[in-house]
Ligand binder design. Structure first.
Ligand code: ZN
Length: 298
């Protein structure tokens, strides 16, 4: 069997009300999940409200949350703080030792991949600090997918429509949510483990921009619906999760203390969902499941 981990930055389980862009939004399935309501979602996905605070006071943040998701190490507990932005040295050390890519490679679970598109400019003008995902891919020696891969239908930009790539002058075609889903589904079909990362949600949350948030969430929900239609759920688990809440409450520009929705669809969904309580359980659940289920399905 195989797994797609679809990571969404800054999506928590909020209440209904005027500050939640998901409340009353058309075509918001499967993301329209509200606190104090039944946690049903399409395609019989199992919704696990997941603790992002990890036992440490303060608002959960991206660097510590993402490092936790990608390693299974409870980083806020180990280091004593939540950290925003990009991983610091201590977090990079944890990523370089424990990332999900390394754990799967050591266990012989291959091929594995990161589906996101990188530009040449990223490598030429390399930023001083990089995301947890970038660090994890590098530490595992995995190749990055580039604009040429995107053009050939073999990579998905973090803004899956390609709009932001086109604005940067790259020659790629605009994609509908369904077209982006088809590309990602094809990458998933060639790998035992695929990671995809989306972070426009967190940006819209910080901007407190209701119209942008609604547009982003409707398109994002469309990509996920397209994936669930195009991926063979008998052979593949699709796992959606987030590092902390944000976009579900636009009354504040900060992250929230809400639990985040981990949603599991497809193969082995019960056993994966049963293993997950906090963000630190995501990587162990995936690694254990892929080792136990084995299989030459790819
Ligand atoms: Zn943020």
């Amino acid at each position: 069997m195989s797994v797609l981990l679809f990571f969404i930055d800054g999506l928590g389980i909020g209440s209904r009300g005027p500050f939640n862009p998901l409340d009353g939004l058309d075509n918001a399935e499967p993301l329209a999940i509200f606190r104090d309501e039944e946690l049903n979602t399409i395609h019989d996905g199992i919704v696990v409200p997941t603790d992002a605070s990890l036992g440490v006071e303060g608002r959960p943040q991206s660097a510590s949350g993402q490092t936790t998701i990608l390693t299974g190490v409870n980083v806020p507990d180990q280091l004593g703080y939540h950290k925003q932005g990009f991983p610091n040295k201590a977090m990079l050390e944890i990523i370089r030792e424990h990332s999900i890519f390394l754990q799967l490679t050591r266990a012989g679970v291959t091929p594995i991949t990161f589906a996101n598109t990188y530009t040449e400019r990223f490598f030429n003008e390399r930023p001083r600090w990089v995301s947890a995902t970038t660090a994890a891919v590098e530490a595992a020696g995995l190749p990055f997918r580039k604009v040429a891969d995107n053009q050939a239908g073999r990579a998905v930009f973090h803004d899956f429509t390609n709009q932001a790539l086109i604005e940067r002058g790259e020659e790629v075609a605009l994609r509908t949510p369904d077209e982006a889903a088809a590309v990602l589904a094809s990458i998933v079909s060639e790998n035992r483990f695929t990671l995809y990362e989306y972070f426009m949600t967190d940006k819209a949350g910080h901007a407190q921009d209701m119209e942008a948030a609604k547009l982003i969430l409707r398109n994002l929900a469309g990509v996920i619906r397209g994936l669930l239609k195009q991926i063979d759920l008998n052979q593949t688990s699709v796992i959606l999760t987030s590092d902390h809440g944000n976009i579900e409450d636009l009354s504040s520009r900060n992250h929230t203390l809400n639990k985040v929705p981990t949603i599991v669809w497809g193969a082995a969904k019960e056993s994966i969902a049963n293993r997950i309580k906090t963000l630190a359980d995501i990587t162990p659940a995936i690694v254990q499941t892929l080792i136990e289920e084995g299989g030459a399905s790819v």
